[in-house]
Design a protein around this ligand. Structure first.
Ligand code: GAF
Length: 382
């Protein structure tokens, strides 16, 4: 049964009437450009065929009642008045509470609603299950109130929910691609201007995502630490964001910063350059160049930004041995566990699968999950 049907069926079961609207927002995979978004830099993600569905119906009062199918069909209720406090028992509902709070603070007049939420984006895997949830809820609540919203504005509001209500100091990449993704395209996003250019994905190349299922530890504290170190480097280099720094500036200022901060800046400056070059390589179908750039990106995340873990490094090596220079492979997302992404010729997909299945669990004692993905459209009303 499709996720949309599951959401629909559970709506009827929970509320005993039919929903009036269906909405969807996808998860995302980032092909290259990691931790560059909050440095005002470049990223190259795609929305994927895993996502979150919401079924909804407007109420005549100001009550929100919501059922989360993925969380044992728990139901939460709150009213749209004053400050909406975070919930300690139904923690999933804080995304909904945060969306309502931020939309109301922005001045949107919301109406009460009955809602069910169901999704298939793996949690905590670095594939943006939270951005999908924020964006789908923003679309749903505004549509029920007859308010149109530009996708970029929706992305900024989603980021605000994450930063101010949830307390995760993330950049704008996830919400933007979730809102603006395009079928069969990756998006080259300039995270300063928020302009994006579609970059076509070749139909002979598969997006293979390997979930290490390594539980992401310390992810929030380490993420925030990386942000602080990037800010420190920008200050030492006298630029507002590392996007504006060059390698020669960095070398000249090397003695004014710690070795660690120097390495963090070197990752960001080089990753921005690699992301722009990878978009060109993708357009030119220059797979050996893409292979080099993705390998360099992974090495830089491992050695300079220090956000990979041994299990992820091992998967990248296994897959790289199969793909050679016919495509690329690297860790994707915020790091400290999560997923590896490969862009690989479709005729190698079965070899990649066999290799990882044979070697990964035998070495690390954890079973991987492998998803063969397609690039999809951003959020829509179904
Ligand atoms: C997480 C964040 F939410 C993004 O903003 C981005 O920084 C990413 O990590 C790393 O590239 O997904």
């Amino acid at each position: 049964m499709s996720i949309q049907s599951i959401a629909h069926r559970n709506f009827v079961e929970a509320f005993k009437f039919e929903p009036s609207h269906h909405f969807h927002a996808p998860g995302r995979v980032n092909l290259i450009g990691e931790h560059t978004d909050y440095n005002d830099g470049f990223v190259l993600p795609a929305a994927i065929n895993f996502g979150t569905f919401v079924c909804a119906k407007k109420r005549e009062d100001n009550l929100i009642r919501a059922c989360a199918v993925n969380f044992n069909k728990e139901i939460t209720e709150f009213s749209l008045t004053g400050d909406i406090p975070a919930c300690t028992t139904h923690r999933w509902s804080n995304y909904l509470r945060g969306v309502c709070q931020v939309l109301m603070q922005t001045g949107y007049e919301l109406t009460g609603a009955d809602i069910t939420i169901a999704g298939d984006v793996p949690y905590g895997a670095g594939l943006s299950s939270s951005a999908a949830l924020e964006i789908v809820l923003i679309r749903a609540l505004l549509e029920l109130a007859n308010i149109e919203i530009d996708p970029k504005k929706a992305a900024l509001l989603g980021q605000q929910v994450e930063n101010e209500y949830i307390g995760a100091n993330t950049g704008i990449m996830d919400q933007l691609v979730c809102a603006l993704g395009q079928k069969n395209q990756a998006l080259l996003i300039d995270c300063r201007s928020l302009e994006s250019q579609p970059v076509a994905l070749d139909s002979d190349m598969a997006i293979v995502i390997i979930n290490s299922n390594v539980k992401r530890g310390l992810v929030d504290s380490e993420y925030n630490l990386r942000r602080a170190q990037c800010n420190e480097a920008a200050q030492a280099l006298n630029v507002s964001h590392l996007r504006d720094a060059t390698f020669s500036q960095l070398e000249n200022a090397k003695t004014h910063m710690s070795q660690q901060v120097y390495q963090r800046a070197r990752h960001i400056i080089s990753e921005n350059e690699r992301t722009l070059n990878a978009a060109s390589a993708l357009k030119d179908k220059n797979w050996s160049r893409l292979s080099e750039l993705m390998a360099q990106s992974h090495a830089s995340m491992r050695d300079d930004f220090e956000i990979t873990v041994p299990a992820i490094d091992a998967i990248v090596e296994m897959v790289a041995d199969v793909i050679g220079d016919r495509g690329g492979v690297r860790m994707t997302g915020g790091g400290f566990g999560g997923c590896v992404v490969a862009l690989a010729p479709t005729d190698l997909v079965s070899d990649i699968r066999q290799t990882v299945m044979k070697q990964y669990q035998a070495t690390f004692g954890i079973k991987e999950d492998i998803y063969i993905c397609t690039a999809e459209d951003g959020a829509f009303m179904a």
